[in-house]
Design a protein around this ligand. Structure first.
Ligand SMILES: Nc1ncnc2c1ncn2[C@@H]1O[C@H](COP(=O)(O)OP(=O)(O)OP(=O)(O)O)[C@@H](O)[C@H]1O
Length: 581
Protein backbone atom coordinates (compact mmCIF):
# COMPACT_ATOMS: atom_id res chain seq x y z
CA UNK A 1 0.00 0.00 0.00
CA UNK A 2 1.34 3.33 -1.01
CA UNK A 3 2.25 5.37 2.02
CA UNK A 4 -0.06 8.34 1.99
CA UNK A 5 1.78 9.83 4.96
CA UNK A 6 4.40 11.14 2.59
CA UNK A 7 1.91 13.85 1.61
CA UNK A 8 2.38 15.30 5.12
CA UNK A 9 5.93 16.16 4.05
CA UNK A 10 6.50 19.86 4.59
CA UNK A 11 3.92 19.92 7.41
CA UNK A 12 5.87 18.14 10.18
CA UNK A 13 6.10 21.29 12.30
CA UNK A 14 2.34 21.87 12.03
CA UNK A 15 1.63 18.22 12.82
CA UNK A 16 3.58 18.51 16.09
CA UNK A 17 2.36 21.96 17.17
CA UNK A 18 -1.37 21.20 16.65
CA UNK A 19 -1.67 18.20 19.05
CA UNK A 20 0.67 19.85 21.57
CA UNK A 21 -1.50 22.96 21.81
CA UNK A 22 -4.60 20.78 22.07
CA UNK A 23 -2.95 18.99 25.01
CA UNK A 24 -2.23 22.37 26.62
CA UNK A 25 -5.87 23.34 26.18
CA UNK A 26 -6.92 20.01 27.73
CA UNK A 27 -4.61 20.58 30.71
CA UNK A 28 -6.24 23.92 31.41
CA UNK A 29 -9.66 22.31 31.09
CA UNK A 30 -8.74 19.72 33.71
CA UNK A 31 -7.88 22.49 36.19
CA UNK A 32 -11.33 24.12 35.91
CA UNK A 33 -13.23 21.66 38.21
CA UNK A 34 -10.55 22.11 40.91
CA UNK A 35 -11.01 25.91 40.82
CA UNK A 36 -14.80 25.51 40.87
CA UNK A 37 -14.48 23.23 43.90
CA UNK A 38 -12.44 25.92 45.65
CA UNK A 39 -15.07 28.54 44.90
CA UNK A 40 -17.66 26.32 46.64
CA UNK A 41 -15.51 25.08 49.51
CA UNK A 42 -13.69 28.30 50.35
CA UNK A 43 -15.42 31.24 48.71
CA UNK A 44 -19.08 30.33 49.22
CA UNK A 45 -18.51 28.54 52.54
CA UNK A 46 -16.75 31.59 54.05
CA UNK A 47 -18.89 34.10 52.10
CA UNK A 48 -15.58 35.51 50.85
CA UNK A 49 -16.62 37.64 47.87
CA UNK A 50 -13.13 38.76 46.96
CA UNK A 51 -11.92 35.10 46.94
CA UNK A 52 -14.82 34.19 44.67
CA UNK A 53 -13.94 37.11 42.33
CA UNK A 54 -10.26 36.10 42.27
CA UNK A 55 -11.17 32.49 41.40
CA UNK A 56 -13.58 33.70 38.74
CA UNK A 57 -10.76 35.73 37.20
CA UNK A 58 -8.60 32.59 37.30
CA UNK A 59 -11.40 30.74 35.48
CA UNK A 60 -11.64 33.49 32.83
CA UNK A 61 -7.85 33.45 32.36
CA UNK A 62 -7.91 29.65 32.05
CA UNK A 63 -10.70 30.02 29.48
CA UNK A 64 -8.81 32.64 27.47
CA UNK A 65 -5.55 30.67 27.50
CA UNK A 66 -7.49 27.52 26.55
CA UNK A 67 -9.17 29.38 23.71
CA UNK A 68 -5.85 30.73 22.41
CA UNK A 69 -4.37 27.23 22.55
CA UNK A 70 -7.41 25.81 20.73
CA UNK A 71 -7.22 28.48 18.00
CA UNK A 72 -3.49 27.87 17.55
CA UNK A 73 -4.04 24.10 17.35
CA UNK A 74 -6.94 24.58 14.95
CA UNK A 75 -4.82 26.81 12.70
CA UNK A 76 -1.88 24.43 12.50
CA UNK A 77 -4.04 21.32 12.13
CA UNK A 78 -6.00 22.96 9.30
CA UNK A 79 -2.76 24.08 7.62
CA UNK A 80 -1.32 20.56 7.77
CA UNK A 81 -4.60 18.93 6.65
CA UNK A 82 -5.18 21.30 3.72
CA UNK A 83 -1.53 20.96 2.70
CA UNK A 84 -1.87 17.18 2.88
CA UNK A 85 -5.11 17.28 0.84
CA UNK A 86 -3.59 19.56 -1.79
CA UNK A 87 -0.45 17.40 -2.17
CA UNK A 88 -2.47 14.21 -2.33
CA UNK A 89 -5.00 15.64 -4.81
CA UNK A 90 -2.22 16.96 -7.06
CA UNK A 91 -0.38 13.63 -7.07
CA UNK A 92 -3.56 11.64 -7.65
CA UNK A 93 -4.49 13.96 -10.54
CA UNK A 94 -1.01 13.49 -12.01
CA UNK A 95 -1.27 9.73 -11.61
CA UNK A 96 -4.72 9.57 -13.24
CA UNK A 97 -3.36 11.61 -16.12
CA UNK A 98 -0.54 9.13 -16.57
CA UNK A 99 -3.02 6.28 -17.05
CA UNK A 100 -3.78 5.15 -20.55
CA UNK A 101 -7.24 4.74 -22.03
CA UNK A 102 -7.03 1.03 -21.23
CA UNK A 103 -6.86 1.72 -17.48
CA UNK A 104 -9.39 4.55 -17.65
CA UNK A 105 -11.82 2.25 -19.50
CA UNK A 106 -11.36 -0.40 -16.80
CA UNK A 107 -11.55 1.80 -13.68
CA UNK A 108 -14.29 4.11 -14.94
CA UNK A 109 -14.32 7.91 -14.82
CA UNK A 110 -17.14 8.49 -12.25
CA UNK A 111 -15.36 6.58 -9.52
CA UNK A 112 -12.14 8.49 -10.28
CA UNK A 113 -14.06 11.76 -9.86
CA UNK A 114 -15.44 10.66 -6.46
CA UNK A 115 -12.04 9.49 -5.34
CA UNK A 116 -10.19 12.67 -6.26
CA UNK A 117 -12.91 14.88 -4.70
CA UNK A 118 -14.95 13.24 -1.96
CA UNK A 119 -12.37 10.66 -0.82
CA UNK A 120 -9.53 13.16 -0.71
CA UNK A 121 -11.78 15.55 1.27
CA UNK A 122 -12.66 12.74 3.64
CA UNK A 123 -8.98 12.11 4.24
CA UNK A 124 -8.31 15.81 4.68
CA UNK A 125 -11.02 16.01 7.36
CA UNK A 126 -9.63 12.86 8.98
CA UNK A 127 -6.13 14.32 9.19
CA UNK A 128 -7.48 17.61 10.57
CA UNK A 129 -9.50 15.93 13.31
CA UNK A 130 -6.81 13.38 14.08
CA UNK A 131 -4.13 16.02 14.65
CA UNK A 132 -6.40 17.91 17.01
CA UNK A 133 -7.92 15.07 18.95
CA UNK A 134 -5.78 11.94 18.92
CA UNK A 135 -3.89 13.12 22.03
CA UNK A 136 -6.47 15.46 23.52
CA UNK A 137 -9.41 13.09 23.95
CA UNK A 138 -7.56 10.18 25.59
CA UNK A 139 -5.65 12.74 27.68
CA UNK A 140 -8.91 14.23 29.02
CA UNK A 141 -10.43 10.78 29.69
CA UNK A 142 -7.36 9.50 31.55
CA UNK A 143 -6.79 12.92 33.13
CA UNK A 144 -10.37 13.02 34.50
CA UNK A 145 -9.99 9.58 36.06
CA UNK A 146 -6.64 10.50 37.64
CA UNK A 147 -8.02 13.82 38.93
CA UNK A 148 -11.01 11.92 40.37
CA UNK A 149 -8.56 9.56 42.09
CA UNK A 150 -6.70 12.48 43.65
CA UNK A 151 -10.00 13.76 45.07
CA UNK A 152 -11.37 10.45 46.33
CA UNK A 153 -9.87 7.03 45.70
CA UNK A 154 -13.11 5.42 46.86
CA UNK A 155 -15.40 7.35 44.54
CA UNK A 156 -12.99 7.01 41.62
CA UNK A 157 -14.13 3.37 41.45
CA UNK A 158 -17.34 4.74 39.90
CA UNK A 159 -15.14 6.24 37.18
CA UNK A 160 -13.19 3.03 36.72
CA UNK A 161 -16.45 1.14 36.12
CA UNK A 162 -18.53 3.70 34.16
CA UNK A 163 -15.84 5.08 31.82
CA UNK A 164 -14.96 1.63 30.32
CA UNK A 165 -18.70 0.88 30.05
CA UNK A 166 -19.31 4.12 28.13
CA UNK A 167 -16.25 3.28 26.02
CA UNK A 168 -17.70 -0.17 25.27
CA UNK A 169 -21.06 1.27 24.15
CA UNK A 170 -19.25 3.71 21.85
CA UNK A 171 -17.02 0.95 20.49
CA UNK A 172 -20.02 -1.25 19.64
CA UNK A 173 -21.80 1.61 17.89
CA UNK A 174 -18.71 2.45 15.84
CA UNK A 175 -18.20 -1.23 15.01
CA UNK A 176 -21.72 -1.55 13.57
CA UNK A 177 -21.81 1.74 11.72
CA UNK A 178 -18.41 1.61 10.04
CA UNK A 179 -19.25 -1.00 7.37
CA UNK A 180 -22.42 0.95 6.58
CA UNK A 181 -20.46 4.16 6.09
CA UNK A 182 -18.16 2.30 3.70
CA UNK A 183 -21.23 1.22 1.72
CA UNK A 184 -22.40 4.84 1.63
CA UNK A 185 -19.16 5.93 -0.02
CA UNK A 186 -19.59 3.30 -2.74
CA UNK A 187 -23.18 4.39 -3.28
CA UNK A 188 -21.99 7.95 -3.75
CA UNK A 189 -20.00 6.65 -6.74
CA UNK A 190 -23.23 5.41 -8.27
CA UNK A 191 -24.99 8.75 -7.65
CA UNK A 192 -22.09 10.59 -9.33
CA UNK A 193 -22.25 8.19 -12.28
CA UNK A 194 -25.99 8.76 -12.75
CA UNK A 195 -25.71 12.53 -12.35
CA UNK A 196 -22.90 12.67 -14.84
CA UNK A 197 -24.63 10.51 -17.42
CA UNK A 198 -27.83 12.50 -17.07
CA UNK A 199 -26.27 15.92 -17.31
CA UNK A 200 -23.97 14.98 -20.17
CA UNK A 201 -26.78 13.41 -22.08
CA UNK A 202 -29.45 15.92 -21.02
CA UNK A 203 -30.59 16.58 -24.59
CA UNK A 204 -30.85 12.91 -25.45
CA UNK A 205 -32.71 12.22 -22.21
CA UNK A 206 -35.21 14.94 -23.11
CA UNK A 207 -35.43 13.98 -26.77
CA UNK A 208 -36.33 10.42 -25.82
CA UNK A 209 -38.67 11.69 -23.12
CA UNK A 210 -36.72 9.66 -20.62
CA UNK A 211 -36.77 12.37 -17.95
CA UNK A 212 -39.34 10.56 -15.84
CA UNK A 213 -37.61 7.18 -15.95
CA UNK A 214 -34.20 8.81 -15.40
CA UNK A 215 -35.65 10.77 -12.49
CA UNK A 216 -37.10 7.55 -11.07
CA UNK A 217 -33.77 5.75 -11.40
CA UNK A 218 -31.99 8.67 -9.74
CA UNK A 219 -34.63 8.85 -7.00
CA UNK A 220 -34.27 5.08 -6.42
CA UNK A 221 -30.50 5.30 -6.08
CA UNK A 222 -30.71 8.43 -3.97
CA UNK A 223 -33.35 6.80 -1.81
CA UNK A 224 -31.16 3.75 -1.35
CA UNK A 225 -28.33 6.05 -0.30
CA UNK A 226 -30.66 7.86 2.11
CA UNK A 227 -31.91 4.59 3.62
CA UNK A 228 -28.35 3.36 4.13
CA UNK A 229 -27.37 6.67 5.70
CA UNK A 230 -30.48 6.48 7.89
CA UNK A 231 -29.50 3.00 8.97
CA UNK A 232 -26.08 4.25 10.03
CA UNK A 233 -27.69 7.36 11.53
CA UNK A 234 -30.18 5.31 13.57
CA UNK A 235 -27.40 3.29 15.16
CA UNK A 236 -25.26 6.42 15.69
CA UNK A 237 -28.25 8.17 17.23
CA UNK A 238 -28.09 5.66 20.10
CA UNK A 239 -24.72 7.04 21.03
CA UNK A 240 -25.79 10.15 22.94
CA UNK A 241 -28.79 8.72 24.84
CA UNK A 242 -26.93 5.53 25.79
CA UNK A 243 -23.72 7.21 26.86
CA UNK A 244 -25.49 10.07 28.65
CA UNK A 245 -27.73 7.57 30.46
CA UNK A 246 -24.66 5.73 31.70
CA UNK A 247 -22.88 8.94 32.66
CA UNK A 248 -25.95 10.33 34.42
CA UNK A 249 -26.32 7.06 36.28
CA UNK A 250 -22.71 7.40 37.36
CA UNK A 251 -23.37 11.00 38.41
CA UNK A 252 -26.34 9.89 40.53
CA UNK A 253 -24.10 7.33 42.24
CA UNK A 254 -21.43 10.01 42.74
CA UNK A 255 -24.01 12.35 44.29
CA UNK A 256 -25.45 9.64 46.56
CA UNK A 257 -22.11 8.27 47.68
CA UNK A 258 -20.52 11.73 47.68
CA UNK A 259 -23.36 13.11 49.82
CA UNK A 260 -22.67 10.47 52.44
CA UNK A 261 -18.95 11.25 52.34
CA UNK A 262 -19.74 14.94 52.81
CA UNK A 263 -21.89 14.03 55.83
CA UNK A 264 -19.05 12.07 57.35
CA UNK A 265 -16.63 14.89 56.57
CA UNK A 266 -14.47 12.81 54.21
CA UNK A 267 -15.31 15.00 51.21
CA UNK A 268 -16.28 18.62 50.71
CA UNK A 269 -19.26 19.77 48.64
CA UNK A 270 -16.90 21.39 46.14
CA UNK A 271 -15.08 18.09 45.65
CA UNK A 272 -18.35 16.31 44.85
CA UNK A 273 -19.10 19.01 42.26
CA UNK A 274 -15.59 18.53 40.84
CA UNK A 275 -16.19 14.76 40.55
CA UNK A 276 -19.44 15.40 38.65
CA UNK A 277 -17.59 17.80 36.36
CA UNK A 278 -14.85 15.25 35.70
CA UNK A 279 -17.47 12.64 34.84
CA UNK A 280 -19.00 15.06 32.32
CA UNK A 281 -15.58 15.86 30.90
CA UNK A 282 -14.74 12.18 30.50
CA UNK A 283 -18.10 11.52 28.83
CA UNK A 284 -17.70 14.40 26.36
CA UNK A 285 -14.13 13.39 25.58
CA UNK A 286 -15.27 9.81 24.91
CA UNK A 287 -17.99 11.01 22.53
CA UNK A 288 -15.46 13.21 20.74
CA UNK A 289 -13.12 10.24 20.61
CA UNK A 290 -15.90 8.15 19.04
CA UNK A 291 -16.43 10.81 16.38
CA UNK A 292 -12.71 10.82 15.82
CA UNK A 293 -12.70 7.04 15.38
CA UNK A 294 -15.62 7.28 12.93
CA UNK A 295 -13.99 10.09 10.92
CA UNK A 296 -10.60 8.39 10.91
CA UNK A 297 -12.15 5.05 9.89
CA UNK A 298 -13.97 6.75 7.04
CA UNK A 299 -10.73 8.47 6.08
CA UNK A 300 -9.09 5.06 6.21
CA UNK A 301 -11.73 3.61 3.89
CA UNK A 302 -11.10 6.57 1.57
CA UNK A 303 -7.35 5.96 1.81
CA UNK A 304 -7.92 2.40 0.63
CA UNK A 305 -10.00 3.66 -2.31
CA UNK A 306 -7.33 6.24 -3.17
CA UNK A 307 -4.59 3.63 -2.91
CA UNK A 308 -6.53 1.42 -5.29
CA UNK A 309 -6.15 4.16 -7.90
CA UNK A 310 -2.45 4.59 -7.12
CA UNK A 311 -2.06 0.83 -7.48
CA UNK A 312 -3.26 0.99 -11.09
CA UNK A 313 -0.01 1.15 -12.99
CA UNK A 314 -0.01 2.90 -16.34
CA UNK A 315 0.33 0.12 -18.89
CA UNK A 316 2.03 2.54 -21.25
CA UNK A 317 5.30 4.22 -20.59
CA UNK A 318 7.18 6.50 -22.89
CA UNK A 319 10.77 7.64 -22.93
CA UNK A 320 11.47 11.14 -21.63
CA UNK A 321 14.10 11.96 -24.23
CA UNK A 322 13.00 13.30 -27.59
CA UNK A 323 13.49 10.97 -30.52
CA UNK A 324 16.18 12.16 -32.93
CA UNK A 325 15.38 12.16 -36.63
CA UNK A 326 18.53 10.11 -37.29
CA UNK A 327 16.99 7.09 -35.50
CA UNK A 328 14.32 6.58 -38.12
CA UNK A 329 14.17 3.06 -39.46
CA UNK A 330 11.81 3.19 -42.43
CA UNK A 331 11.61 4.84 -45.78
CA UNK A 332 11.72 8.63 -45.38
CA UNK A 333 8.43 8.85 -47.24
CA UNK A 334 6.57 6.57 -44.82
CA UNK A 335 4.36 8.70 -42.57
CA UNK A 336 2.41 5.96 -40.79
CA UNK A 337 3.07 2.23 -40.94
CA UNK A 338 0.84 -0.48 -39.50
CA UNK A 339 2.88 -3.68 -39.45
CA UNK A 340 0.51 -6.64 -38.95
CA UNK A 341 -1.28 -4.97 -36.08
CA UNK A 342 -3.79 -6.78 -33.89
CA UNK A 343 -5.56 -5.06 -30.99
CA UNK A 344 -7.80 -6.45 -28.28
CA UNK A 345 -9.44 -4.21 -25.65
CA UNK A 346 -8.76 -5.12 -22.02
CA UNK A 347 -11.29 -7.74 -20.89
CA UNK A 348 -12.68 -8.08 -24.45
CA UNK A 349 -13.23 -11.60 -25.75
CA UNK A 350 -12.17 -10.99 -29.34
CA UNK A 351 -9.78 -8.59 -31.06
CA UNK A 352 -11.23 -5.34 -32.40
CA UNK A 353 -8.50 -5.20 -35.04
CA UNK A 354 -6.80 -8.19 -36.65
CA UNK A 355 -3.63 -8.20 -38.70
CA UNK A 356 -3.88 -4.67 -40.09
CA UNK A 357 -1.07 -3.99 -42.49
CA UNK A 358 -0.55 -0.85 -44.59
CA UNK A 359 1.73 2.13 -45.17
CA UNK A 360 0.56 5.73 -45.48
CA UNK A 361 3.01 7.90 -47.41
CA UNK A 362 3.72 11.50 -46.52
CA UNK A 363 1.12 13.89 -47.90
CA UNK A 364 -1.33 11.12 -48.72
CA UNK A 365 -4.98 11.13 -47.76
CA UNK A 366 -6.04 7.80 -46.30
CA UNK A 367 -9.74 7.02 -46.15
CA UNK A 368 -10.88 4.52 -43.52
CA UNK A 369 -14.32 3.09 -44.17
CA UNK A 370 -16.36 0.26 -42.73
CA UNK A 371 -19.62 -0.50 -41.00
CA UNK A 372 -20.35 0.63 -37.49
CA UNK A 373 -18.16 -1.16 -34.95
CA UNK A 374 -15.77 -2.37 -37.65
CA UNK A 375 -12.76 -0.91 -35.83
CA UNK A 376 -12.19 2.42 -37.61
CA UNK A 377 -11.80 4.56 -34.47
CA UNK A 378 -9.75 1.85 -32.78
CA UNK A 379 -7.36 1.86 -35.74
CA UNK A 380 -6.73 5.59 -35.72
CA UNK A 381 -6.50 5.65 -31.90
CA UNK A 382 -3.36 3.52 -32.17
CA UNK A 383 -1.53 6.29 -34.09
CA UNK A 384 -1.30 8.85 -31.22
CA UNK A 385 -0.90 5.84 -28.89
CA UNK A 386 -4.14 6.13 -27.00
CA UNK A 387 -3.86 2.35 -26.91
CA UNK A 388 -0.92 0.06 -27.62
CA UNK A 389 -1.17 -2.63 -30.28
CA UNK A 390 -1.52 -6.09 -28.77
CA UNK A 391 0.49 -7.57 -31.62
CA UNK A 392 2.46 -5.98 -34.45
CA UNK A 393 3.99 -2.51 -34.72
CA UNK A 394 2.76 1.01 -35.40
CA UNK A 395 5.31 3.51 -36.70
CA UNK A 396 4.90 7.25 -37.15
CA UNK A 397 7.43 9.14 -39.20
CA UNK A 398 9.66 6.07 -39.28
CA UNK A 399 9.76 5.48 -35.53
CA UNK A 400 7.84 3.03 -33.35
CA UNK A 401 5.14 5.00 -31.53
CA UNK A 402 6.38 3.57 -28.20
CA UNK A 403 9.78 5.16 -28.71
CA UNK A 404 8.50 8.72 -28.75
CA UNK A 405 7.90 10.76 -25.62
CA UNK A 406 4.09 11.24 -25.50
CA UNK A 407 4.45 14.95 -26.07
CA UNK A 408 6.54 14.53 -29.19
CA UNK A 409 4.24 11.86 -30.66
CA UNK A 410 1.10 13.85 -29.90
CA UNK A 411 2.75 16.95 -31.30
CA UNK A 412 3.17 15.11 -34.59
CA UNK A 413 -0.42 13.91 -34.66
CA UNK A 414 -3.56 15.99 -34.62
CA UNK A 415 -6.73 14.05 -33.88
CA UNK A 416 -10.27 15.27 -34.20
CA UNK A 417 -12.34 12.78 -32.23
CA UNK A 418 -15.77 11.53 -33.17
CA UNK A 419 -17.32 13.53 -30.35
CA UNK A 420 -16.50 17.23 -30.65
CA UNK A 421 -15.14 18.53 -27.38
CA UNK A 422 -14.65 22.26 -26.87
CA UNK A 423 -13.82 23.99 -23.62
CA UNK A 424 -15.27 27.00 -21.88
CA UNK A 425 -13.35 30.14 -22.86
CA UNK A 426 -13.01 31.93 -26.18
CA UNK A 427 -12.47 30.61 -29.69
CA UNK A 428 -8.88 31.86 -29.54
CA UNK A 429 -8.24 30.01 -26.27
CA UNK A 430 -9.66 26.81 -27.74
CA UNK A 431 -7.57 27.18 -30.87
CA UNK A 432 -4.42 27.69 -28.81
CA UNK A 433 -4.79 24.27 -27.18
CA UNK A 434 -2.70 22.81 -29.98
CA UNK A 435 -0.16 25.61 -30.10
CA UNK A 436 -0.02 27.96 -27.14
CA UNK A 437 1.63 30.78 -29.11
CA UNK A 438 -0.48 30.48 -32.26
CA UNK A 439 -0.95 33.91 -33.84
CA UNK A 440 -4.31 35.24 -35.01
CA UNK A 441 -3.16 34.76 -38.61
CA UNK A 442 -2.37 31.09 -37.98
CA UNK A 443 -5.73 30.62 -36.28
CA UNK A 444 -7.66 32.30 -39.11
CA UNK A 445 -5.79 30.15 -41.64
CA UNK A 446 -6.82 26.99 -39.77
CA UNK A 447 -10.40 28.25 -39.43
CA UNK A 448 -10.51 28.96 -43.16
CA UNK A 449 -9.31 25.46 -44.08
CA UNK A 450 -11.80 23.97 -41.61
CA UNK A 451 -14.63 25.97 -43.26
CA UNK A 452 -15.22 27.73 -39.94
CA UNK A 453 -13.96 31.24 -40.72
CA UNK A 454 -17.32 32.49 -42.06
CA UNK A 455 -19.47 31.61 -39.08
CA UNK A 456 -16.79 32.76 -36.62
CA UNK A 457 -16.70 36.14 -38.38
CA UNK A 458 -20.51 36.31 -38.32
CA UNK A 459 -20.55 35.77 -34.56
CA UNK A 460 -19.38 39.35 -34.12
CA UNK A 461 -16.58 38.95 -31.61
CA UNK A 462 -14.28 37.05 -33.97
CA UNK A 463 -11.69 35.01 -32.11
CA UNK A 464 -12.87 36.52 -28.81
CA UNK A 465 -16.28 34.93 -29.21
CA UNK A 466 -17.08 33.10 -25.97
CA UNK A 467 -17.36 29.32 -26.08
CA UNK A 468 -19.78 27.84 -23.56
CA UNK A 469 -19.02 24.61 -21.68
CA UNK A 470 -18.65 21.79 -24.24
CA UNK A 471 -19.22 24.39 -26.98
CA UNK A 472 -22.93 24.42 -26.22
CA UNK A 473 -23.44 27.76 -28.01
CA UNK A 474 -22.40 26.27 -31.38
CA UNK A 475 -24.23 23.84 -33.63
CA UNK A 476 -22.97 20.27 -34.01
CA UNK A 477 -21.46 21.00 -37.43
CA UNK A 478 -19.86 24.24 -36.21
CA UNK A 479 -18.34 22.42 -33.25
CA UNK A 480 -16.90 19.79 -35.59
CA UNK A 481 -15.32 22.46 -37.77
CA UNK A 482 -13.87 24.28 -34.75
CA UNK A 483 -12.37 21.01 -33.55
CA UNK A 484 -10.84 20.41 -36.98
CA UNK A 485 -9.41 23.95 -36.96
CA UNK A 486 -7.97 23.36 -33.48
CA UNK A 487 -6.15 20.27 -34.76
CA UNK A 488 -4.92 22.17 -37.82
CA UNK A 489 -3.52 25.07 -35.75
CA UNK A 490 -0.71 22.88 -34.45
CA UNK A 491 0.22 21.93 -38.00
CA UNK A 492 0.58 18.20 -37.29
CA UNK A 493 2.40 15.81 -39.58
CA UNK A 494 -0.51 13.40 -39.35
CA UNK A 495 -4.07 14.71 -39.19
CA UNK A 496 -6.77 12.27 -38.11
CA UNK A 497 -10.40 13.13 -38.72
CA UNK A 498 -12.40 10.46 -36.93
CA UNK A 499 -15.83 10.77 -38.49
CA UNK A 500 -15.52 14.43 -37.68
CA UNK A 501 -17.45 15.78 -40.62
CA UNK A 502 -20.52 13.62 -40.04
CA UNK A 503 -22.62 16.65 -39.10
CA UNK A 504 -21.63 18.61 -42.21
CA UNK A 505 -23.72 18.79 -45.36
CA UNK A 506 -22.20 17.19 -48.46
CA UNK A 507 -21.10 20.50 -50.02
CA UNK A 508 -19.30 21.71 -46.86
CA UNK A 509 -17.78 18.26 -46.38
CA UNK A 510 -16.43 18.33 -49.95
CA UNK A 511 -15.15 21.91 -49.57
CA UNK A 512 -13.44 20.90 -46.30
CA UNK A 513 -11.64 17.95 -47.88
CA UNK A 514 -10.52 20.00 -50.85
CA UNK A 515 -9.27 22.84 -48.56
CA UNK A 516 -7.38 20.36 -46.38
CA UNK A 517 -5.74 18.86 -49.48
CA UNK A 518 -4.71 22.26 -50.81
CA UNK A 519 -3.87 23.99 -47.53
CA UNK A 520 -1.88 21.31 -45.74
CA UNK A 521 0.96 20.38 -47.99
CA UNK A 522 2.95 17.38 -46.80
CA UNK A 523 0.40 16.53 -44.09
CA UNK A 524 -0.83 12.93 -44.06
CA UNK A 525 -4.55 12.91 -43.46
CA UNK A 526 -6.66 10.01 -42.20
CA UNK A 527 -10.33 10.45 -42.91
CA UNK A 528 -12.54 8.03 -41.04
CA UNK A 529 -16.07 7.88 -42.32
CA UNK A 530 -19.04 5.68 -43.04
CA UNK A 531 -19.78 7.77 -46.12
CA UNK A 532 -18.24 6.50 -49.35
CA UNK A 533 -18.49 10.02 -50.82
CA UNK A 534 -16.19 11.32 -48.05
CA UNK A 535 -13.39 8.82 -48.63
CA UNK A 536 -13.65 8.12 -52.34
CA UNK A 537 -11.17 10.84 -53.34
CA UNK A 538 -8.51 9.49 -50.94
CA UNK A 539 -5.15 8.28 -52.25
CA UNK A 540 -5.64 5.03 -50.36
CA UNK A 541 -8.78 3.60 -48.84
CA UNK A 542 -8.76 0.99 -46.06
CA UNK A 543 -11.92 -1.05 -45.87
CA UNK A 544 -12.57 -2.59 -42.47
CA UNK A 545 -15.00 -5.36 -41.80
CA UNK A 546 -15.36 -6.71 -38.29
CA UNK A 547 -11.83 -5.57 -37.38
CA UNK A 548 -10.23 -7.13 -40.43
CA UNK A 549 -8.90 -5.48 -43.54
CA UNK A 550 -11.45 -6.32 -46.23
CA UNK A 551 -9.61 -4.32 -48.85
CA UNK A 552 -7.06 -1.60 -49.55
CA UNK A 553 -6.59 0.53 -52.63
CA UNK A 554 -8.05 3.43 -54.51
CA UNK A 555 -11.76 3.86 -55.01
CA UNK A 556 -11.61 2.41 -58.50
CA UNK A 557 -9.49 -0.58 -57.44
CA UNK A 558 -11.78 -1.35 -54.53
CA UNK A 559 -14.93 -1.06 -56.59
CA UNK A 560 -13.46 -3.75 -58.78
CA UNK A 561 -11.91 -6.03 -56.16
CA UNK A 562 -13.54 -5.45 -52.80
CA UNK A 563 -17.01 -6.76 -52.26
CA UNK A 564 -17.52 -5.03 -48.91
CA UNK A 565 -16.58 -1.68 -50.42
CA UNK A 566 -18.83 -2.23 -53.42
CA UNK A 567 -21.72 -3.08 -51.09
CA UNK A 568 -21.13 0.10 -49.08
CA UNK A 569 -21.11 2.17 -52.30
CA UNK A 570 -24.18 0.44 -53.64
CA UNK A 571 -26.06 1.07 -50.43
CA UNK A 572 -25.22 4.78 -50.59
CA UNK A 573 -25.28 5.61 -54.33
CA UNK A 574 -27.57 4.67 -57.18
CA UNK A 575 -26.36 1.95 -59.57
CA UNK A 576 -25.57 4.59 -62.22
CA UNK A 577 -23.63 6.62 -59.72
CA UNK A 578 -21.59 3.60 -58.65
CA UNK A 579 -20.68 2.62 -62.19
CA UNK A 580 -20.07 6.23 -63.13
CA UNK A 581 -18.01 7.03 -60.06
N1 LIG B 1 -13.31 0.96 -24.79
C1 LIG B 1 -13.71 -0.17 -25.34
N2 LIG B 1 -13.71 -1.33 -24.65
C2 LIG B 1 -14.09 -2.49 -25.21
N3 LIG B 1 -14.49 -2.63 -26.49
C3 LIG B 1 -14.53 -1.50 -27.23
C4 LIG B 1 -14.15 -0.23 -26.70
N4 LIG B 1 -14.28 0.70 -27.69
C5 LIG B 1 -14.73 0.03 -28.78
N5 LIG B 1 -14.87 -1.29 -28.51
C6 LIG B 1 -15.29 -2.34 -29.44
O1 LIG B 1 -14.34 -2.39 -30.51
C7 LIG B 1 -14.98 -2.57 -31.75
C8 LIG B 1 -14.56 -1.46 -32.72
O2 LIG B 1 -15.04 -0.24 -32.23
P1 LIG B 1 -14.73 1.13 -32.97
O3 LIG B 1 -15.20 2.24 -32.11
O4 LIG B 1 -13.32 1.16 -33.39
O5 LIG B 1 -15.68 0.99 -34.26
P2 LIG B 1 -15.96 2.05 -35.40
O6 LIG B 1 -15.74 1.35 -36.68
O7 LIG B 1 -15.19 3.30 -35.18
O8 LIG B 1 -17.50 2.27 -35.18
P3 LIG B 1 -18.40 3.59 -35.43
O9 LIG B 1 -18.39 3.85 -36.90
O10 LIG B 1 -19.74 3.13 -34.96
O11 LIG B 1 -17.81 4.67 -34.62
C9 LIG B 1 -16.47 -2.59 -31.47
O12 LIG B 1 -16.88 -3.93 -31.44
C10 LIG B 1 -16.60 -1.98 -30.10
O13 LIG B 1 -17.68 -2.55 -29.39
Amino acid sequence: MKNLLKYMKGYVKESIIAPLFKMLEASFELIVPVVTARVVDVGIKNADKSYIWRQCIVLVILGIIGLLCAITAQYFAAKAAFGFGTNLRADLYKHINSLSYTELDTVGTPTLVTRITSDVNQMQTGVNLFLRLFLRSPFIVIGSVIMAMTISLKLSVIFLISVPMIGLVIFLIVKFTMPIYKKVQNMLDRVVLLTRENYEGARVVRAFRRQESEKEEFARTNDHLKKTQFKAGRISALMNPATYALANLAIIVILLAGGRQVDTGNLTQGEVIALVNYMNQALLALIVLANLVITVSRAWASAIRINEVFAVEPSMTAPEKRMEDSKKCCEPEDAVVFDHVTFTFAKAQAPSLSDIHFTAKKGQTIGVIGGTGSGKSTLVNLIPRFYDATKGRVLVDGVLVGEYPFEQLRGKTGIVPQRSVLFRGTIRENMQWGKADATDDEIWKALTIAQAADFVREKGNGLDEPVATRGGNFSGGQRQRLCIARALVKDPKVLILDDSSSALDFATDAALRSAIKKGTEGMTTFIVSQRAATVKGSDLILVLDDGKMAGIGTHEELLKDCEVYREICESQFSKEEVTGL
